[in-house]
Design a protein around this ligand. Structure first.
Ligand code: IMP
Ligand code: MG
Length: 422
């Protein structure tokens, strides 16, 4: 499989968890490189549902090494809970999970500040997951963060945390929020630190050894291209580089060691949280929600839904260097009579064939649509390309061509067997 970077080509929730699980079969190592427990990757194995937030989905397959890279922000209490949850379901988490010693730690004051800033923003709120992701990356960039290596060193941690709690309590008080107790945070975090100590290591040299051995490494992206801190719809974004470059900086594996980029996209578009979504459409949203689909894996929020936006996905191909496409949730469109695909934007007289950087402009943009006849046949039982209705195949070929990359996988349901290699 070679070294593959997998990214979301839309606004997150493209079904990456399942595609990663499928591709992991051929990988030796799976690495998370950015984001934190704001992510929610859902994987079904048989009837059992697994929702992973920090641990790479690769953990569900035997004999795979899973790495939480330096670019991730780790909520240690959340991570302990996730490990325990997997162990309860009979999944082995021992000797197969490594956490970077330079990954930054998410603290309760990050979560509290995340929530307080959203309140302050009022109607301009971002709609964050309130997991403290933005403030944690903020501290990292401001060089005032604590890293995993600090958390597992009892003496150093106590000193550093004292200063952090003192400073952040002043900020919280200014927001009118309740200050935190050093003693409580310290006790909880030290316990998590001791629990996690055996997992914490130098993942850069570990991955380098893996590269030298010729292992196949899968870099598991979280969120999606338009939530990228640089390339997304700022400020309605998350605080990490969700695009392909983030896999290099977030793991310490160099760009010339990467072989291929896979972009995951839904056959339509969804977004959770605020910010522009040019093809948003209540009809398709109501239809998908009535089917019980499109509720957030992390927060349970109903996702906003719209038609496939090829302006966005073409842009994603450009900034990520996407070679291959994995199209998911094809079965979500099974009942639609006429399927629309956005092929351009219009803002008054001005037309766009790329995503404008100004979110105010993007929010005003009206989609220009092409129409495709729906196949109106259940597709969830299709197991090969020729099992798919001809109209489905034409639709998939068209969106791949419009997205400027090669169709690689067509997914017709959450199950491993509902994956068609094209
Ligand atoms: P944050 O990452 O919690 O700061 O949230 C920032 C924005 O990214 C919000 O619009 C969230 O809904 C969105 N977001 C964060 N993580 C995910 C994800 O895993 N899937 C989809 N959207 C996400
Ligand atoms: Mg998700």
């Amino acid at each position: 499989m070679a070294n593959t970077i997998l990214v979301g080509a839309q606004w997150g929730d493209e079904g990456k968890g399942k595609i990663i699980d499928v591709l992991t079969e051929q990988a030796d190592v799976v690495v998370r490189t950015q984001g934190g427990n704001n992510a929610g990757h859902t994987v079904f194995i048989g009837k059992q549902k697994y929702v992973l937030h920090l641990i790479p989905s690769g953990i569900l397959r035997k004999k795979k090494i899973c790495v939480i890279g330096n670019g991730v922000v780790v909520d240690p209490v959340g991570l302990v809970g996730e490990i325990e949850g997997l162990r309860k379901l009979g999944i082995k988490v021992n000797g197969n999970l490594y956490v970077s010693e330079t990954a930054h730690v998410v603290f309760p004051y990050h979560r509290e500040l995340d929530a307080q800033r959203e309140v302050l923003k009022g109607k301009n709120k971002i709609g964050t997951t309130k997991r403290g992701i933005g403030p944690a990356y903020g501290d990292k960039a401001a060089r005032v963060g604590l890293r995993m290596i600090d958390l597992i060193n009892a003496e150093r941690f106590e000193q550093k945390l004292q200063i952090k709690i003192k400073e952040n309590n002043e900020v919280l008080k200014a927001f009118g929020a309740k200050p935190l107790s050093f003693k409580e945070v310290h006790a909880v975090y030290r316990k998590a630190g001791d629990y996690l100590k055996p997992f914490v290591t130098n993942t850069v040299t570990l991955l380098h050894q893996s590269v030298r051995r010729g292992d196949d490494i899968l870099f598991e992206g979280a969120q999606g291209t338009f939530l990228d801190i640089d390339h997304g719809t700022y400020p309605y974004v998350t605080s990490s580089n969700t695009t392909a470059g983030g896999a290099c900086t977030g793991s310490g594996v160099a760009p010339n060691r990467m072989d291929r980029v896979v972009g995951v996209l839904k056959a339509y578009t969804t977004r959770v949280g605020e910010g522009p979504l040019p093809t948003e459409n209540s009809e398709i949203a109501d239809m998908l929600h009535a089917m019980g689909r499109e509720f957030g894996a992390t927060t349970g929020r109903p996702r906003r839904c719209g038609w496939f936006d090829s302006v966005a996905t073409r842009h994603a191909t450009m900034v990520n260097g996407i070679d291959d496409l994995a199209v998911t949730n094809i079965d979500g469109l099974d009942t639609v009579e006429t399927i629309k695909v956005c092929i351009g934007y219009r803002d008054g007289k001005k037309k766009y064939d790329h995503v404008p950087n100004d979110v105010e402009v993007l929010s005003r943009c009206e989609p220009i649509y092409a129409e495709f006849p729906g196949w109106r046949t259940p597709t969830h039982n299709a197991r090969s390309w020729k099992d798919l209705p001809a109209k489905t195949r034409s639709y998939l070929k068209a969106i791949a061509e419009l997205s400027d990359a090669k169709l690689f996988i067509a997914s017709v349901g959450p199950g491993r067997d509902q994956t068609i290699f094209v």
